[in-house]
Design a binder for this molecule. Structure first.
Ligand code: HPA
Length: 259
């Protein structure tokens, strides 16, 4: 069984024998790169589009996940740049996320015209999370197990006052894209984990936050992300996961894929 990947550009370079194809979805066509990583078949979607053309509030969240589901994957590993709210998690750290708080409120769902409420008590797959963390430890990457991702609307960065509030609420990292992505994964019944890459301290913890810094630190962290994924993917592929999606497979088939 193949594994789906969602991330920024750069991850494609890890894929051997990659070829790209356009996958049609009811939400628009999506470029999907397919190939192998360490012997595991993977399908990769670049979250912001192949030319990084969709800003966080306009990412084609539903199309991206639909396209991956259509390839047949049942597990998705995502990577994402985040700002750190914790001194002890400096830029370059990798964080296996286990909770989110939604400050984006984007109202993007597959269940627009039917009443389905998905359970997100455990939004990120606990079994895949463990594998990611253990793989990170094995390759000696600076990885941390567990963290709460607070999602903002973007595309601007935050004010120091917002960051202070987010810290009081219990957030460990801040980003602009993981909600609704993680929720749509549950709705469409695929197991999902997020490896967050800390690219900067959040606003107020350093003199300013810049896009250039995010891009530069992300590309420096790429090597650790790749080593971790190379190690983790064969185990993820074989993993029999704790099934938090079991309730939703039928709904997904009927109301999302069956349209
Ligand atoms: N805030 C929001 N999104 C981000 C940040 C940040 O500080 N760094 C990388 N993505």
């Amino acid at each position: 069984m193949a594994v789906g990947l969602i991330g920024g550009s750069g991850l494609e370079r890890l894929i051997e024998g990659d070829k790209s194809s356009l996958v049609a979805t009811p939400y628009g066509d999506v470029y999907v790169v397919s190939g192998e990583i360490n012997g595991v078949e993977v399908f990769f979607v670049s979250r912001h589009g192949p030319h990084h053309e969709h800003p966080p509030h306009r990412v084609r969240y539903r199309a991206n996940l639909y396209a991956l589901k259509k390839t047949g994957v049942e597990k998705i590993i995502a990577t994402s740049a985040v700002g750190s709210l914790l001194e002890e998690m400096p830029p370059g750290s990798l964080v296996v996320i286990d909770q989110f708080i939604d400050f984006a409120k984007r109202h993007i769902t597959y269940y627009d015209d039917v009443v389905v409420h998905v359970d997100v008590t455990r939004p990120y797959c606990p079994s895949m999370n463990r594998v990611l963390f253990e793989a990170g430890r094995r390759v000696k990457a600076p990885v941390r197990m567990g963290g709460t991702y607070i999602c903002t609307e973007g595309p601007r960065f935050e004010t120091p006052a917002e960051i202070e509030m987010f810290r009081m609420l219990g957030a460990s990292v801040v980003g602009m894209t993981n909600v609704p992505e993680v929720v749509l994964a549950r709705e469409i019944a695929v197991h999902y984990s997020l490896l967050a890459v800390v690219t900067n301290y959040a606003a107020g913890m350093q003199s300013r936050v810049s896009q250039e810094e995010v891009v530069e630190v992300m590309s420096r962290a790429e090597e650790n992300v790749k080593r971790l994924l190379y190690e983790a993917l064969p185990r993820i592929d074989e993993l029999s996961v704790e099934d938090d999606c079991i309730l939703y497979r039928e709904y997904a088939e009927k109301y999302i894929m069956g349209r």
